[in-house]
Design a protein around this ligand. Structure first.
Ligand code: FES
Length: 66
């Protein structure tokens, strides 16, 4: 079953389609040339693969962190 979705990545709309449901966000980003996040332990312990997800307010501005 084909499915697609869009999200904003570094200020631009990215359409994701025809990607295996087993693809991690880390692999997707790195395969897109965004190599800032790394794979370290691959077990969820080290945090090297962390990606910041920031939800913007209705006005498009980032909410102020608590
Ligand atoms: S690579 Fe993700 S937590 Fe270590």
């Amino acid at each position: 079953m084909a499915s697609a979705f869009e999200f904003t990545l570094n200020g631009r709309i990215v359409r994701v389609a025809d990607v295996s449901p087993n693809t991690t966000l880390l692999d997707f980003l790195r395969n897109s040339g965004l190599t800032g996040s790394k794979e370290g332990c691959a077990e969820g312990d080290c945090g090297a693969c962390s990606v910041a997800i920031i939800e913007r307010g209705a006005d498009g501005n980032q909410p102020i962190a608590p």
